[in-house]
Structures are given as structure tokens and as C-alpha cells.
Design a protein around this ligand. Structure first.
Ligand code: SF4
Length: 381
């Protein structure tokens, strides 16, 4: 992306962002938890949301369903697929008319799998698991994507919106603690419409929006009050790194759809847009703290995957979080980077991280004063 058009793109996103507070949330700070989230503790967690474990918890989308707003939001998102601007790639294709954009998804929904997942963060997993629904395709194309068959090659089964609603209810029936939509951005319209159906049939689990973090502000505003837990990555501190490793064009993309190739924005905007997105997510749901049952019901949970040779810019990412969000913002520092897919074409990311690299990031988080850390330790994938 040329520098001037990149700047224009970011400026237009800032205009949409409008009233987002860059200072963010000082007044919302709460005491840090005395135990790691979801730990084996006895008695209530300090600052826990008692109402949530007393059975008074009601997901935000239920209220919006009852007053008809959820249906309206679903319809508004649906319209954003023509021309499609559901993600910052802003391809502008007519997905309703059968066109596909950079993410390779049309108006049809493709889902890879759905099941209780026990590998997510402990406050999401509990005993019953996190009720994950894995969506196929993705608006980013990371050269190291561990799920590239699903995200890049579109492996999965065609499903209807009614199917997602049924999946959500089935996951609730299995005892999952939340509905965790994985890589939801390009299907946000389908998800919100499905939620409206599922809420009418008794869905009452918190909604986890498990995203790469590169989100459009306009779309996030439409999700305000619908999402209970935001679970975004903050993958890179540098736009150059984001463009290099996360804009791997699909095969034949430029050749077959030149009109789209000219309009899409590159992942170079990743750091700027993700920072704005995180501030907005925090504004909507606040700091993530588990309730007294050890489970998470609401809040912002950020993930950062430490990459080899400081490619992800872990220290800069951490310092930005510490400076712009409350110090007790939940941060999961992940050590399981595993080169896969096209990562071997890039020598600097063609290995797992070292213990020293992970420890350096963990030290940086503590030095920055972050107190709500999920430091899993050095466990290379
Ligand atoms: S990449 Fe983004 S803007 Fe393009 S079609 Fe997919 S969701 Fe829409």
C-alpha cells in the first residue's frame, strides 16, 4: 500500500472511531487479582462479580434481542457485505452477489468445526470447556498460520445461519461456559443473526469474540453490547512486520480479480487499527476479571504470541498496553509459536522461540507494571 493511501485509510478509520478515548479507562481500574485467573483458589476471588455466579448474569445480546436491537444490528452488518467492509481489508466486493474478497468468503457460511475446547485460557475453559465454533477463511493471511487449511484453504462445511444457532444451543447443552467464535470477523453478520435466533430459544452463555485484533471500528461499534468477552490478538508492533507476514495473497488473487486487488488495504495498518480496536473493546467490556467461580463473563483478554528474533515486537506491544490500558488488563503471553505453512520461506521465523526470548517478554510485562498476566511459561508448541 502506498504511504499516502495508507495514511488516508488510517485517517478515515480514525474519523469513524470518533469519540474513542485514547487515554482510556483510568477510572475503571480495579484491584489486581491475588491469584492467577481461574486458579485453584478457595473462596471468592477479590473483586469477583458475585452477581454473575449467583445466576444473575445475562449476556448483553439477550437484552438487545428482547428489545429488537439485535435483529437490527444483524441486518445492518448484513448490508455491510455489499460492498463488503466487514474487515479493514475493505475489498468492497458484493458478497451477496456471489463475489469473494481477499478472505475468499462469499455470502455462504463455512464452518470447520464446533466443540467444547479445553485448550483456551483457564477462565474460559472451567470444567465444561469453551464452546468454540471455528469459522473457515480469514481476512489475514499469516505465512505461519497453524490452521492454514481452515483459514487459508477454506476447509470446512457449508452451513446456514440456522445451523450456527443450533450449534450454539448444542454447546450450551453440553455444559460449555461460553460461546467462543473463532475468526469471526468476516462472518460477523451471520453470527449476530444466529445469536438472535439462539437467544430466542434460550441461549444464555457469554459470547467470546476470538479475533486477530485487526477490526474495523465501524463494525466494532455495531458489536457494542453484543459481545461479552473480547479475545483479540495483538500480533505485531510493526506495520512492516504485519505486511510481511500477514498479507500472503491467495493464489491467483491479483490475476483473477484485479479490481479487488487495487482496492484492498494491506495488513501494514495492523498496529494502528488494532490499537484503536483494543481501546474500543476495552471501552465496551472493561477489564477482564474472573468471577468467584473462576470463570470469565466479561472483559477484554489480549493475547500476544511471542515470535522468534523479536519479529512480533513483544516489548513494544507490552509497553503500549501498559501505557494505554489499565495495568490490570488481562494479557496472555503465548510461547507456542511453531513454524508451519510458509514460515520456512522466512529464515528469521523458521524456528520455535527460545526460552530466553520468552523470558525476555515475560520480564518486559512485569517491568511495565502489568498485573493481570497469564504467563504460561516456556512451552514451545
Ligand atoms: S477480506 Fe474483509 S472486506 Fe474483504 S470480503 Fe473478506 S471480510 Fe469483506
Amino acid at each position: 500500500m502506498q504511504e499516502h493511501s495508507r495514511r488516508r485509510f488510517i485517517e478515515s478509520c480514525l474519523a469513524v472511531a470518533g469519540s474513542v478515548c485514547a487515554g482510556c479507562g483510568e477510572g475503571e481500574r480495579a484491584a489486581p487479582p491475588s491469584d492467577p485467573p481461574g486458579g485453584d483458589r478457595k473462596g471468592p476471588v477479590p473483586g469477583a462479580r458475585a452477581a454473575e455466579v449467583d445466576g444473575a448474569f445475562e449476556p448483553g445480546y439477550v437484552k438487545l434481542h428482547k428489545n429488537g436491537e439485535l435483529k437490527k444490528r444483524g441486518e445492518a452488518l448484513w448490508k455491510r457485505m455489499k460492498p463488503c467492509k466487514l474487515c479493514p481489508r475493505t475489498c468492497g466486493v458484493d458478497r451477496h452477489g456471489g463475489k469473494k474478497g481477499f478472505c475468499d468468503s462469499g455470502s455462504d457460511l463455512v464452518i470447520s468445526s464446533y466443540h467444547p475446547h479445553f485448550g483456551e485460557e483457564r477462565p474460559l475453559v472451567g470444567r465444561g470447556g469453551s464452546g468454540t465454533i471455528f469459522f473457515s477463511h480469514c481476512g489475514l493471511r499469516c505465512v505461519f498460520c497453524i490452521n492454514y487449511e481452515i483459514s487459508l484453504q477454506g476447509q470446512g462445511t457449508r452451513r446456514s445461519i440456522e445451523d450456527i444457532a443450533r450449534m450454539m444451543l448444542a454447546l450450551q447443552g453440553k455444559g460449555c461456559h461460553n460461546i467462543n467464535v473463532v475468526t469471526p470477523t468476516h462472518y460477523s453478520a451471520h453470527i449476530v443473526r444466529a445469536l438472535d435466533i439462539a437467544a430466542a430459544r434460550g441461549l444464555r452463555l457469554p459470547l467470546v469474540y476470538n479475533t486477530c485484533g485487526w477490526e474495523s471500528m465501524e463494525i466494532l461499534k455495531k458489536l457494542d453490547g453484543i459481545v461479552d468477552i473480547y479475545l483479540p490478538d495483538m500480533k505485531y508492533a510493526s506495520g512492516e512486520m504485519a505486511a510481511k507476514y500477514s498479507t500472503c495473497a491467495p493464489p491467483d488473487f491479483e490475476r483473477t480479480r484485479p479490481e479487488v486487488a487495487e482496492t484492498y488495504s494491506s495488513s501494514e495498518t495492523y498496529p494502528e487499527l488494532t490499537k484503536m480496536a483494543l481501546l474500543e473493546m476495552h471501552r465496551q467490556v472493561g477489564v477482564a476479571k474472573p468471577a468467584s467461580d473462576g470463570l470469565m463473563y466479561r472483559g477484554l483478554m489480549i493475547r500476544h504470541l511471542v515470535m522468534p528474533n523479536r519479529v512480533s515486537g513483544a516489548r513494544e506491544v507490552i509497553q503500549w498496553i501498559a501505557k494505554n490500558l489499565p495495568k490490570d488488563t488481562y494479557l496472555n503471553l503465548m510461547s507456542q509459536y511453531t513454524p508451519t505453512h510458509k514460515a520456512f520461506d522466512y529464515p528469521e521465523i523458521s524456528r520455535k522461540i527460545t526460552r530466553e526470548e520468552y523470558d525476555e517478554a515475560a520480564r518486559a510485562a512485569k517491568e511495565a507494571g502489568l498485573t493481570n498476566l497469564d504467563i504460561q511459561g516456556y512451552r514451545p508448541g
